[in-house]
Design a protein around this ligand. Structure first.
Ligand code: MTE
Ligand code: MO
Length: 350
């Protein structure tokens, strides 16, 4: 047998946007070649300066850390689900502009790094500090806007100072791959992945609300098609699940089939996953397996006795300990963020 492996699914090449071949990955931790890639700009150059991390602004003592300094500080390793807020955007009705992701803009990695709060203990924070801004090394143009922009995002203080908000230097036990932010990347567990700034080159405490375009014009839920009224920021990941197998529109022989997939949330833990094999009329409990990392996904499985010929619509629905349940329909928004309707797969039994 040849050693056949899955391929990433290309959405664009420059900047590089690739989906994870998620239906064909059984390991709980996504191997790096299959981690999804989402970039706004062409890849930046890594230079000597990339290893320096200045922390300044509303701090008592501005300091520049070298990535080697971080290696010597106490670190932690955490399994984190990273989901692009545009994951499944192609499923919104009416359709919306933006990368037409299907379900593969999500991956799970094990990140090692130093809590940001430990770095901020060295610099101190001034009483006026309100948000922390994280700047990447990558930059470029934005359609319809003058000038050059850097990928930059801010966090409110409570999230920035959370003990599990880390400056990471390793993914899955090795230095972070170039495409995923080498040498230093911010990791913000439980938030959609736009918060986890790659190729971190600068941290600044500020006394106002950060107004960058990746803060105020992207990564906002705009509920209205033609006005900006009611906009709210994209933050925690919505409870979600995916049926990995069987895949959509497969033809199966009559018999018992294992329906299996993944479920995750940015609020608490996954408590249940239910499966329907009749288009959502009746629901049965799936068996949750896999790890119980606080920020990880769970794997789940359901044995389906499918002995009658016909067309079936399979669905999965996850719920979390914060009381959120996947909805039948995702809440539409103009930029197509936060899709989390049931995962749906059509199959024919022959
Ligand atoms: N510097 C930088 N950080 C970034 C981005 C980027 O374009 N530049 N994209 C963000 C978005 S929208 C996502 S979904 C994730 C993608 O991370 P990955 O490519 O490692 O999967 O990185 C986030 N951090
Ligand atoms: Mo994203």
């Amino acid at each position: 047998m040849p050693d056949i492996k899955p391929y990433p699914i290309t959405r664009s090449l420059i900047p590089e946007n690739q989906e994870s071949p998620i239906h064909f990955l059984s390991a709980a931790i996504t191997p790096e070649p299959y981690f999804f890639r989402r970039n706004h700009f062409p890849y930046p150059a890594i230079t000597g300066e990339s290893f320096l991390l200045p922390v300044s602004g509303e701090v008592m003592r501005p300091l520049t850390f070298h990535s080697q300094d971080l290696l010597r500080m106490p670190s932690k390793e955490i399994a984190v689900v990273m989901e692009c807020s545009g994951n499944n955007r192609s499923r919104f009705q009416p359709e919306v502009y933006g990368e037409q992701w299907e379900g593969g803009a999500v991956s799970q990695g094990v990140w090692r790094g130093v809590p940001l709060r430990d770095l901020l203990k060295w610099t101190g924070l001034s009483a006026e500090a309100k948000e922390i801004v994280f700047e990447g090394t990558d930059s470029g143009k934005r359609t319809g806007q003058e000038g050059t922009f850097t990928f930059a995002r801010s966090l409110p203080l409570d999230k920035a100072l959370h003990p599990d908000t880390i400056i990471a230097y390793e993914l899955n036990g090795k230095p972070i791959p170039f495409e995923h932010g080498y040498p230093l990347r911010l990791i913000v567990p439980q938030w959609y992945a736009m918060a986890s700034v790659k190729w971190l080159r600068k941290i600044t405490a500020i006394r106002h609300h950060f107004q960058g375009p990746f803060q105020e014009s992207d990564y906002m839920y705009f509920p209205e098609k033609n006005s900006d009224e009611g906009k709210t920021p994209v933050t925690a990941i919505h409870v979600n699940s995916i049926i990995q197998q069987p895949i959509n529109y497969s033809v199966l022989k009559a018999g018992t089939h294992r329906i299996h997939g993944l479920a995750w949330t940015g609020n608490g833990r996954i408590t249940t996953v239910e499966v329907s094999t009749d288009g959502g009329k009746r629901w049965e409990q799936a068996t949750i397996q896999g790890t119980r990392d606080p920020y990880g996904w769970v794997t789940w499985t359901y044995a389906w006795a499918a002995f009658e010929q016909g067309d079936y619509t399979l669905m999965s629905k996850a719920a979390d300990s914060a009381g959120f349940i996947q909805p039948a329909e995702a809440r539409w928004n103009r930029k197509g963020y936060g899709y989390n309707a049931y995962s749906t797969v059509n199959v024919k039994i022959e």
